[in-house]
Write a protein of this length. Sequence first.
Length: 303
Amino acid sequence: MNQSEALGMGGGKGSGAARDLKTHSSAPEWWLTLRSHRTVMLGIVILTIMVLIAVIGPFVVEGDPLKTNLKANRTPPNAEYWFGTDEVGRDIFVRVIYAIRLDLMLVLVIAGIATVLGAGLGLLSGYVGGTLDQVIMRITDIMMAFPGFLLAIAVTAVLGNNLRTVVLALGFAYAPVAIRLVRAQVLTMRDSQFVEASRAIGTPGWQIMSYHLFPLTLSILLAQASLFLAWSVLDVAGLSFLGLGIRPPTPELGSMTAEGAEFIVTGEWWISVFPGLVIMLMALAFTLLGDGLRDIFDPRHKG
């Protein structure tokens, strides 16, 4: 081997390493951080499967989630009924597919309401200050004195258990957490030099909040929104389990679990176990994702 060939081989190795380094460094930092969290990737995989089931499942699976068959009631899982049937012969597998779609839509709307309301009021409270800040924070303190689930129970008991009431009750119950979170972030930035410079050139307050302060709170707010999703999965199911959420026969995971609870002692475990497992997996996935996003966006939580 001559010197030029040796240099060529050495150059090839060096250029290959450079290409690898360039490829590695070109990947977004948030994606590299996510990939380093195996539990977060597990949560993403579970959520991806859930979303695919919710979007594609009703078009692929044949069967009516409301169709009853008393001759096949409480049938154990088998080749025909993968998850068995309930007390009136409805196919639990089909009902779980439709319930996943309904629950995912509910938790997304609930988390959206809590996040948007919390972000708006938190920005106003932190930036404007004064009397407005005192009023918003006193109301927030009162609401946070009670667990969100208890507030939702009280609201649904008074206004009735329907989709709109459940969504609004939980959305407003979670909002105080986002309000305090955004307000704390804004308080640390409202006297910054770039904010003072914007005021000096006559930029309106709403533009400062919208274009300067809000983007700086978006990352931590996104992490909190993921946790809102996990909370709402459990709370929607809990309200339905207590009879204060989605009414039967609408396929909903919490109400399906409640319907089968009384049959566990007689051996028909599948009626409530399968919906309960889906609730657990959905809540776990959102929690893992929320913890991962918090580790990425909030340095105080990094190990």
